[in-house]
Design a protein around this ligand. Structure first.
Ligand code: AMP
Length: 143
């Protein structure tokens, strides 16, 4: 059960923003795309951070609405934890739990090839459990 199996079932489009964009623009992007986090990429396309809805809420909660004019770079997380297509899904779940985040970018040969969210992981696990249940039921019924 690898990350590649999750990516196969979803769009490979990765929504990105840039460090100089305002928090307002980032929030609008998250709302428009219906996502919880966007990768932050520099002009050359390199990942320099991640900005999630939690960062936006935390900034507003601590400093007030004026932070919406701040650049994304001021409130993003710079040290991004990533994974690879061959990584086990269970390991990604552990990463999310211990790191207390819900989004993990997937890198392949230094290239961003997708993002796995906690929603993707939960759906994948539920589908797997459902599949195992049906297989077991069919096995018992035909034994
Ligand atoms: P989330 O639960 O993904 O909305 O994010 C919670 C916090 O973790 C926010 O401060 C994010 O910027 C940060 N974060 C989200 N994903 C990652 C990641 N893959 N690596 C490092 N930090 C992250």
């Amino acid at each position: 059960m690898t990350v590649a199996m999750i990516l196969a079932g979803k769009s490979r489009d990765v929504i990105t923003t840039q460090p100089h964009r305002t928090l307002q623009e980032a929030a609008a992007l998250l709302a428009e795309k219906g996502i919880g986090a966007a990768l932050v990429a520099d002009g050359a396309g390199a990942v320099v951070g991640i900005i999630s809805e939690r960062d936006v809420v935390r900034a507003i909660g601590r400093h007030g609405g004026a932070v919406l004019n701040d650049p994304v770079s001021k409130h993003m997380t710079s040290k991004v934890v990533t994974t690879e297509p061959g990584e086990a899904v269970d390991h990604v779940m552990d990463m999310m739990t211990s790191g207390r985040f819900r989004h993990v970018p997937v890198m392949e040969n230094n290239r961003l090839v997708g993002v796995v969210s906690i929603g993707d992981v939960v759906k994948f696990r539920l589908d797997s459990i459902e599949w195992e249940y049906r297989a077991m039921r069919d096995y018992i019924a035909t034994a």
